[in-house]
Design a protein around this ligand. Sequence first.
Ligand code: COA
Length: 200
Amino acid sequence: MDLSELTLVELGEQNLDIEFFDCGRDDINDFFRNDAKNYQDELFGKTYFFCLSNKPKRIVAAFTVANASIFTKHLPNSRRRKIGYEVHHEKGLVNYPAVLLGRLGVDKEFRGNHIGAQILEFVAGWFSSDENFSGCRHLIVDAYNEKELIEFYQKSGLELFFSTEDQELTYRNWDIEKDGPLQTRLMFRDLILLKRPSIR
Ligand SMILES: CC(C)(COP(=O)(O)OP(=O)(O)OC[C@H]1O[C@@H](n2cnc3c(N)ncnc32)[C@H](O)[C@@H]1OP(=O)(O)O)[C@@H](O)C(=O)NCCC(=O)NCCS
């Protein structure tokens, strides 16, 4: 199934069968059903749906995007270089503009069609295009800390910020005793590679 066969709908644009949407993860279903509208009203993130063109209320996939930034000041040097690879600005930036893919879900019925991967590509293209109103160097996700999910994002060109959980615990000031195991892992994709693929 190709994304171009589906219709992109912005939250609030038309009535959709949100109650039938099931990506298999309750918290994400719950977000799209109950929280996305308020979230959008508060300007925290915008939600979009890909729907079947012949059944326009049927949601195939949903995602939420928000402006974000990568603050590099407290990153180890090696990590800072990785984020600012081939940056022409003399010393790199302290803050790199980014887009955060805050939520992503593909309905269980449509799994295995590369819809999720195509959405990652779509968002990357969207935010790095000349039509984007602001600068956006990276696509970032805060992925559930599950091996398969991390592999899913890696297949789409996202990399872990930190190669080990220990490094990430330190950077995020995460106290395992108090906060429990690290639940998510930060990942990024440098969108400059879409414009200048030859640099790597
Ligand atoms: C994760 C999710 C968005 C993936 O969407 P999808 O459309 O099913 O995935 P795709 O078909 O695009 O998968 C692309 C590749 O990743 C692999 N992949 C996808 N999900 C995977 C998983 N959970 N485990 C292992 N591999 C996975 C696919 O096999 C495919 O590999 P291939 O290119 O070698 O064929 C979807 O499974 C989902 O909605 N999950 C529940 C919600 C969720 O966890 N969201 C992410 C929160 S961080």
